[in-house]
Design a protein. Structure first.
Length: 262
């Protein structure tokens, strides 16, 4: 579905590279997690796929076609995009926000309306309750659901997600992670998810690409990364959720012991 061949990105004319010789293949229907610390190049990599950023060199293929040979606006309209800032139009209703891309693609009014209803139901926002609301009338979690619905409205095969759940409270975040993974599997979507949260990547991704200083350090399934981290940086990222789980077990055990002695 997606292939990156020796992709590089420089913002200073080649003196340094935010992305350096990245090679990746993402299979159809797969969710790939891109993870790494801030400034590692993961968001730049994501943006080059739909040409929000142009690569300095290398090739990016979507469905076998070089993205640089395609009209940028048309390319973006055929790729769903979800990001942490959501970016809903505040003066548009929920229905108008969700319908924006299908309308740009020239869908008929009836087809737009039908699709809007379908995707709002899909993300748990019944149209009868939410279609005519404005973003300011929604909670943060509801706004993020609208962002997901908008990304799915034009029936894309590919969805790019940049820290989509990072600003949400833990309960809402966990619910949306589970719901989106279910949607992704049901619709057989190809997804690239940028995150700095290794737990999120381990729970959601079919494969994970760990980036550091613009390069992919390791690419593999969650099981492969857990069992065989390739270097100290990957090992450190993998150990973080394990250490937190161990600390939580210790806290629970301490509470249990105190309860038993009272």
């Amino acid at each position: 579905m997606i292939e990156l061949k020796n992709v590089r990105k420089s913002y200073d004319g080649g003196r340094s590279f935010a992305v350096s010789d990245v090679c990746l293949r993402v299979n159809r229907g797969e969710l790939l997690g891109l993870i790494g610390e801030s400034g590692c190049g993961k968001t730049s990599t994501l943006k080059m796929i739909n040409r929000l950023e142009e690569p300095s060199s290398g090739e990016i293929l979507v469905n076998g076609e070089n993205v640089r040979r395609q009209n940028a606006e048309q390319l973006r309209r055929n790729i769903g995009y979800v990001f942490q800032g959501i970016g809903l139009f505040p003066h548009y209703t929920v229905a108008q926000n969700v319908s924006a891309v299908p309308e740009l693609l020239g869908w008929s009014p009836s087809a737009v309306l039908d699709r809007c209803r379908v995707v709002l139901d899909l993300v748990g926002l019944p149209p009868t309750q939410f279609a005519e609301r404005f973003p300011s009338q929604l909670s943060g979690g509801q706004q993020q659901r609208v962002g997901v619905a908008r990304a799915l409205a034009a029936q894309p095969q590919l969805v790019l997600m940049d820290e989509p759940f990072g600003a949400l409270d833990p309960i809402t975040r966990a619910d949306l992670q589970d719901e989106f993974k279910s949607i992704q599997r049901r619709l057989e979507l190809t997804v690239i998810l940028v995150t700095h949260d290794m737990t999120e990547a381990l729970l959601m991704a079919d494969r994970i690409a760990v980036m550091k200083q613009g390069k992919v350090q390791q690419l593999g399934s969650p099981t492969e990364l857990l069992n065989a981290p390739s270097d100290p940086y990957v090992r450190k990222l993998i150990e973080m959720p394990k250490q937190r789980a161990d600390r939580l077990d210790q806290i629970l055990a301490a509470h249990s012991r105190r309860g038993a002695t009272t």
